[in-house]
Ligand binder design. Structure first.
Ligand code: FEO
Ligand code: CA
Ligand code: CA
Ligand code: CA
Length: 631
């Protein structure tokens, strides 16, 4: 994600506040680099100066011999302030930030950009994670509204800053989750205003805290001495869905909303590791609610950084924070039912040098039974990748970490994973599991600190294994196969599906793997999802300057990859200064819903309405003009 007011990404903001320690383990970094060289020399290496770790499946001769599974003409990279889709396809707007969800709410006002009250009953801002639920005859679309571009939502104020409490609350109400019914009319997909399913979940919605951290003393506050009930969710990035029909909203950069009225406050190790700041990132929430003041309410921030389970079929239901899945800067939550019925959830922690996690439920999924609490209890693991293409899930328990209880382990999952020596990753974003085989992918978006600095906890970040490039500005996608096809197994094999790069600029590994070329190049893979055919859709959140290292990449985009051949083709390009994130396919495969986040985050877009209009994040629907399935 990009962050507009200070022209810094969330992670850059974090790092400015919490600089990682200087590298002190230089010897071990050099040692790792040397062993990597040995490792690479023993593996498949092809293409002009590029390399792929392992992956005989990506051999271009194999790919050439197989017929492409993509039935569309690749879209050219571009820097147009519009959505570009392949010839024979169309896209339309379904819903935008600020569209009223009820008929008694005014339409979005481009001058005032609404009020706290109108925003609380209108679609939220900056669409991210997404899922479509087919409930009887109703299509219910659920979307995270990750954050708000302050200079845009407060663009009616001098300097783009909140002036009144209502301004601050309007910003707050733009966060959370929007649940709407959508329906297909002759003119296209539209929101059904006043549907019984329509619901806004905001930073003020009451939630239940479940799992090992529920009731723990670190979770108790003045407002909630039981440590079991909290208010709201925000900065929900990616998403997940369960086979029992619930939606998972994942809290990512939850920290930037806190501040301290005591500027001399001595922060704890836990607060430092999670980047809980003394000054918030400009949202000003402590001005309207002092639970965001860490000097007054030090435990409040322990009640964020979780996965939240929501039942879209019941608008009166209480969302549940699932603490068994760990507290970190969650990207998404990919749910797999293992062969033995246990539920496995794969999750990335999106910060430079943080970890990849796995949750395994204690109970088993039984179709038709009450599965509603399967995410309340289970085991948590962090991933260790060995440079030889093998890996292991390391259990996070009192025995392995020396930490006092499972409650402390889940609240400080990052500290626990550091203690067991998990692998520091290049910012794990979305995880996606192949529906047709036991194979899982994770987008490692980029990491300019790789081999330069340790992570915030001081863990080294050598350029090796699935994070092979120093100062990695392009990102890569790692995939792994659980041993024996068993997602509960503690071992796996891995390789890289793609190293993003720029073959027109670099002739070494920064040119990308062999399945990257002048026609399909991109940077910073982020959103991932599989369609029912087993094709991997890739969305990007990267550098859209189209210059230098990024020349030829154009705006952020969406591509589709074939796991069997490695072929990757560009399907869609977003408007200026946007990120393409969040997607859902209708069950008939004929509509692809896609999220367009923060168009014009630096002031250079008027998408989607054009003219001098305010740019607005929106969900679009992509269809094929002849009505046949997408792709
Ligand atoms: Fe919200 Fe990691 O992207
Ligand atoms: Ca991102
Ligand atoms: Ca984002
Ligand atoms: Ca993301």
């Amino acid at each position: 994600m990009k962050f507009n007011t200070f022209e810094q990404s969330f992670d850059a903001f974090d790092e400015a506040i919490n600089p990682p320690p200087e590298v002190t383990e230089f010897d071990s970094v050099v040692e790792e680099a040397l062993s990597r060289r040995d490792f690479l020399s023993g593996l498949v290496s092809f293409g002009a100066g590029s390399f792929v770790v392992g992956a005989s499946a990506l051999n271009p001769e194999v790919a050439k011999a197989q017929r492409s599974r993509f039935d569309f003409m690749q879209v050219a990279a571009n820097s147009l302030d519009t959505v570009t889709v392949p010839e024979g396809y169309s896209s339309q707007i379904v819903v935008r930030w600020g569209d009223p969800m009820y008929s008694n709410v005014p339409e979005f006002d481009h001058v005032t950009r609404g009020t706290a009250d109108s925003q609380a009953r209108s679609y939220g801002d900056n669409i991210d994670g997404m899922a479509l639920f087919e409930l009887g005859d109703a299509n219910v679309l659920v979307n995270n509204n990750e954050y708000t571009n302050r200079k845009i939502i407060w663009g009616n104020r001098a300097g783009g800053q909140a002036e009144t409490d209502d301004d601050v609350l309007k910003g707050m109400m733009a966060h959370g989750i929007s649940i709407i019914e959508v329906t297909k009319r002759p003119e296209g997909w539209v929101m059904v205003k006043d549907s019984k399913y329509n619901r806004r979940i905001t930073p003020e919605t009451q939630m239940e805290i479940t799992g090992p951290a529920s009731g723990h003393r670190w979770m108790r506050t003045a407002e909630d001495p039981t440590g079991t009930i909290c208010l709201g969710t925000w900065n929900n990035c990616g998403s997940g869905r369960t086979p029992w029909g619930t939606y998972l909203a994942c809290e990512e950069n939850f920290n930037g909303y806190y501040s301290s009225s005591d500027t001399n406050i001595e922060r704890t190790d836990g607060q430092k590791r999670y980047g809980i700041p003394v000054d918030d990132w400009g949202y000003g929430w402590s001005r309207v609610d002092d639970r965001f003041d860490i000097a007054k309410h030090p435990n409040e921030a322990n009640r964020n950084g979780w996965v939240v389970e929501i039942d879209p079929a019941d608008p009166a239901s209480t969302p549940k924070k699932r603490t068994a899945l760990g507290r970190f800067k969650h990207e998404n939550a990919e749910v797999v039912v293992n062969g033995d019925g246990r539920v496995v959830v794969y999750m990335g922690d999106d910060e430079r040098g943080e970890f990849l996690y796995r949750f395994v439920s204690a109970g088993v999924f039984v179709d038709g039974a009450d599965n509603s609490d399967l995410l309340a209890e289970g085991s948590l693991f962090a991933a260790k990748f060995h440079p030889d293409g093998t890996g292991r899930w390391l259990a996070l328990t009192s025995k392995t970490t020396g930490m006092a209880s499972q409650a402390e382990i889940v609240i400080h999952a990052r500290l626990a994973a550091s203690k067991v020596g998990a692998t520091t990753m290049d910012r794990p974003e979305w995880v996606a599991a192949n529906p047709n085989k036991a194979e899982v992918y994770c987008a490692l978006t980029n990491n300019r600190n790789r081999a330069i600095k340790p992570n915030v906890g001081g863990d080294p970040t050598p350029a090796t294994g699935p994070n092979p490039r120093a100062e990695n500005q392009y990102g890569q996608i790692v995939r792994w196969w659980p041993a024996g096809g068993d997602h509960v197994s503690d071992t796996f094999n891995w390789d890289l599906f793609v190293l993003a790069g720029n073959p027109a600029v670099h002739s070494d590994s920064y040119g990308g793997s062999v399945n990257v070329n002048d026609g399909n190049m991109f940077n910073s893979p982020d959103g991932l999802f599989f369609d029912a055919r087993g094709l991997l859709w890739i969305q990007t959140d990267g550098n859209y300057s189209d210059e230098g290292d990024f020349a030829g990449h154009g705006n952020n985009q969406m591509l589709v990859g074939d796991p069997d051949t490695g072929e990757i083709k560009r399907f869609l390009v977003g408007p200026n200064e946007c990120e393409v994130t969040g997607a859902a396919m209708s069950s008939d495969g004929r509509t692809l819903f896609v999220g367009i986040q923060h168009p014009g985050e630096h002031g250079n877009s008027h998408w989607p309405e054009g003219g001098e209009s305010v740019p607005r994040s929106a969900v679009i629907a992509v269809t094929r003009n002849d009505g046949s399935p997408i792709g």
